[in-house]
Design a protein around this ligand. Structure first.
Ligand SMILES: NC(=O)c1ccc[n+]([C@@H]2O[C@H](COP(=O)([O-])OP(=O)(O)OC[C@H]3O[C@@H](n4cnc5c(N)ncnc54)[C@H](OP(=O)(O)O)[C@@H]3O)[C@@H](O)[C@H]2O)c1
Length: 269
């Protein structure tokens, strides 16, 4: 058994495992010798990934096709988790929307709140209890560079990502006393299905997109290398520079700058 598996225990739960950053987390955690529970709605995607993981690595992969916006999602997940020791939880499932808040479907906004915030809080509460009792474990909450600053056109999404960031930063010292590592992972632009869902277009950055965008591989490598070290992890020097600048300048200037950046990013501009 490798050091990672020894530190975090036999099982990990990864939400949002059917695509993008979550699928990459599942692969890289399995590669380190930890069994994985894959959570998302698209069963076929989860089954394909589970079978690829079991073929490539000597671990078990369970699928849990669950809608995390459902009120009773914890009860639906409980039977899948009842007989295993979960030592690592990656709260990755999430989506974003762009446009003026009042033009948006309130039902979609409620789902975003439920997924990006409520599901993260409830799942962490459910799973981290066992970690606290055992005195080991890890919780990753996937926030975003967007969590550091407001932006017009992404008012509500950025607020949900600020929730994850602040939640993780407060939880980290609470759980550190029990040997449980908590990380707020704050990626910037990452090539996944996120952009198509949110109505963003990386091509709007022209050739600069090579600088601005990165791959899920790099994001997840940075996260797993940093787990147990820094609490707030911003992958990529340009993103760290952006976050640093946003903290340095007055808040109205920061949100004007970030709003401008997001406007450029919007597919409908
Ligand atoms: N990509 C970026 O540029 C970027 C930047 C900063 C932060 N992030 C954050 O990174 C996280 C992962 O996003 P991604 O970029 O990997 O996007 P993605 O490729 O669109 O993946 C999103 C994942 O969330 C799952 N999901 C969506 N709605 C769900 C629901 N109701 N119940 C359960 N699972 C659900 C999706 O699976 P199903 O559709 O199968 O349910 C999918 O597995 C998000 O929290 C996002 O806010 C992304």
């Amino acid at each position: 058994m490798g050091r990672f598996a020894e530190k975090y225990g036999p099982w990990a739960v990864v939400t949002g495992a059917s695509a993008g950053i979550g699928a990459e987390f599942a692969l890289r955690i399995a590669e380190r010798g930890v069994n994985v529970v894959l959570v998302a709605r698209r069963r076929n995607r989860l089954e394909e990934l589970a079978s690829a993981i079991e073929d490539m690595y000597r671990v078990e992969a369970r699928v849990a096709p669950v809608d995390l916006t459902a009120r009773d999602f914890i009860e639906v997940l409980q039977p899948v988790l009842s007989d295993i020791e979960v030592g690592l939880l990656v709260n990755c499932a999430g989506f974003g929307t762009t446009g003026p808040f009042l033009d948006m479907d309130p039902g979609v906004q409620e789902a975003m709140l439920n997924l990006n915030c409520r599901a993260t809080a409830l799942l962490t509460h459910e799973i981290a209890q066992g970690m606290q009792e055992r005195g080991r474990g890890g919780v990753v909450i996937v926030s975003s560079v967007s969590g550091f600053c407001a932006a017009r056109g992404m008012a509500h999404y950025n607020a949900t990502k600020a929730y994850g960031l602040i939640f993780a930063e407060g939880l980290a010292p609470e759980l550190a006393a029990y040997g449980v590592d908590v990380q707020a992972l704050c990626p910037g632009g990452t090539y996944t299905e996120f952009q198509a869902v949110a109505g963003l277009d990386p091509h709007n950055f022209g050739p600069l997109r090579r600088l601005v965008f990165t791959s899920p591989t790099r994001v997840v490598a940075t996260s797993l290398e940093s787990l147990g070290g820094r609490v707030t992890v911003v992958p990529g020097w340009l993103n760290r520079f952006l976050v640093f600048t946003m903290r340095l300048v007055p808040r109205p200037v920061a949100r004007w700058m970030f709003g401008l950046l997001m406007e450029r990013f919007s597919a409908n501009r």
